[in-house]
Design a protein around this ligand. Sequence first.
Ligand code: AMP
Ligand code: MG
Length: 350
Amino acid sequence: MIFLNKFSRRILCLLLIILCSATFLSGCIKQISGTELILGTIVNIQLYGKGSQENLEEALNAAMNRARTLEHIFSVNNEGSELNYVNQNASKEPVSVSEDLYKVLERSLHYANLTKGAFDPTLGKLISLWGIGTDHAIVPTDEDLLPFIGKSNYKHVILDPATHTVYFENDTFFLDLGAIAKGYIADEIKTLLQQNYNITNAIINLGGNVITIGGNPNGDPWKIGIANPDAPEDSAAPAVIAHVNGKTLVTSGDYQRFFEDETGMKYHHILDGQTGYPANTGLKSVSIITEASMDADALSTAVFVLGYDNGLALIESLDGIEAVFINENNQVTCTSGLDSTITSGVLPLN
Ligand code: AMP
Ligand code: MG
C-alpha cells in the first residue's frame, strides 16, 4: 500500500480534478446560433453538438447556404428563380426542373388533391392580384377576381417522373409555393445537419416554421410557443406552449401577414381559391405538429382554409399528424394525440 503525505494527496486531488474537467469538457455539448433574413423571413438556427466548435460553425454556414440556395429556387419574388422560369415557360412546353423543385411540386399536388384545393399551389395570379405583404396590396373588385375563382388549376399541372418535367395545361395560372417551401427548406436543413455534421440537438426557426433535432440539451423537450393571435409579437407570452422533441411545429395564422383598407377592415394572406377572398372560417390560427415540416406547412395552410370541422376530420384521419386550433373567440382545441404535449400559456386549453 502506498501512503501519500498531505502534500502529495493535494497534488493527486488537483490532478484528478483537472482530468475530470478535461473529460467533461471534451464530452460536453457546445452551442452556436445564427440569424439571417432569407425568403423574406428571419431564419434563426441554434445548434448543439459534441464535436468541435469548428464543426458547429461549418454546420451553421452550410445550413444558411442551403437555405439561400433553396430560396433561389422557390422564391416567386425573385425574378431569376427557377420557379419563375417554370411559371414563364411551362404552359408552352414541359420544363425540366431540379430535384428540389420536383419534390416540392409532387408533394404540393398531393396536398392539393387531398384537400380538394384548400391548399392550392396554382393560386399565384390571385395572390399577386391581392399583393398582401407587398407595398401595393389592394382589395380587388369582384370583376377582377372572377377569372381566378373556383378554377382548381392544380388539376392542370402535369408532372412527369420519368423526365422530371412540369407542364401547365393552360396559361391562365402560375405557381406560388409560399405555403410549402419553407417547410421543405426546414426539412432539408435538418437532414443536412444530422447527416453531415452529427448535430444531436437543434432548433431551427424559419419565421415561425419551427423544426427540431432531438430535445433541449438539458434533457427536456423544446418548449415552442404558439403565438397569441391578439399579441403575436409578444413571444414571451404565447397562447399555448408545445413540448416538442425531434418534430416540427408550423403555424398558419391570420395575424402573420395582412393589410388594412381605409375603413380599417383587415385582409390576411391565406386565400380561399373558391371565393377569391382571404379564408374566413372562424379560425385565427392552425398549428401542425408532425415529423416532416413540408407536410406541416402544407397542412397548416389547408386546414386554415378548410375550417375547424373539416380540418379536424382531415388531421384525425392522418397518422402521426396533430393540430392545435385557435378560433375567433380565442378558444384553443387540439387533436386527440396531443394531450400531454401542450400546456397553456396566456390562453386556457379547452
Ligand atoms: P402559410 O403562411 O404557410 O399558410 O402560407 C401562406 C402563403 O401561401 C401566402 O402568403 C401565399 O403566398 C400562399 N397561399 C395563400 N393561400 C394559399 C392557399 N390556399 N394554398 C396555397 N398557398 C396559398
Ligand atoms: Mg403553409
